[in-house]
Design a protein around this ligand. Structure first.
Ligand SMILES: O=C(O)COP(=O)(O)O
Ligand SMILES: [Mg+2]
Length: 218
């Protein structure tokens, strides 16, 4: 049977509100003004270090390793203390994954979010046991769009054919680099128009996903 690897943020879960809240809590501790949800959503996709780099750059701060580590640490403390209150699983996502598993598909997760927080969120939504392999942004030295995390997740599924499902430019680039067929979720956190992201299939609701993935196998 085939395998499918999912991205997490903007693909399976709408997590931007909790990421946004944790950034603003960390900034409030130092008297910093809050960002809007749209601003922070625009910074998501390349992992926590890049999120914090983008936050500091948006506030006009020159790159500084100590400052980066300090704000990143406080962000993660707030995020891991409350990672899911404002987060939701996209409608139909759990049912689609359960449907695929019932048909014998093996399921992977490949996310730039740290693996601890990712497992915490999946567990809080009762989804953790659906995954046969999980790679986070800190599981390997590389993060997406380097293909290494996706290649490692696909290999862990031990299936000949593996597809990838994601929402962003990072995911489209990672799929291409890894040589996997890619299904793009159109309602996630991408910036560019759909036609600018290389993809093999599109879906706007997870109810469409099982049929789309079977089509991509053909
Ligand atoms: O943590 C991020 O920046 C994005 O995570 P994702 O790879 O699950 O979209
Ligand atoms: Mg994503």
């Amino acid at each position: 049977m085939p395998g499918v690897v999912f991205d997490l943020d903007g693909t399976l879960v709408h997590s931007a509100p909790d990421i946004h809240a944790a950034v603003n809590k960390a900034l409030a501790e130092e008297g910093g003004a809050p960002f809007t949800l749209a601003e922070i959503t625009g910074f998501i996709g390349n992992g926590v270090p890049v999120l914090i780099q983008r936050v500091l750059a948006a506030r006009g701060e020159a790159p500084d390793a100590h400052r980066q580590a300090q704000l990143q640490g406080r962000f993660m403390a707030h995020y891991e203390a409350d990672p899911a209150t404002l987060t939701s699983v996209y409608p139909g996502a759990e049912a689609a994954i359960r449907h695929l598993r019932a048909e014998g598909w093996r399921i992977g997760l490949c996310t730039n979010k740290p693996v601890g927080a990712s497992r915490q969120i999946l567990s809080l939504f009762g989804l953790l046991e659906l995954f046969d392999a999980i790679i986070g942004g800190d599981s390997l030295p590389q993060r997406k769009p380097d293909p290494a995390p996706l290649t490692a997740t696909a290999a862990a599924l031990k299936e000949e054919v593996v597809l990838y499902v994601g929402d962003s430019e990072v995911d489209a680039a990672t799929a291409r680099a890894a040589g996997l067929r890619f299904a793009l979720f159109t309602e996630g956190y991408r910036h560019a128009p759909v036609h600018e992201l290389p993809h093999h299939g599109l879906f706007s609701h997870h109810d469409e996903l099982p049929d789309l993935l079977k089509h991509l196998l053909a």
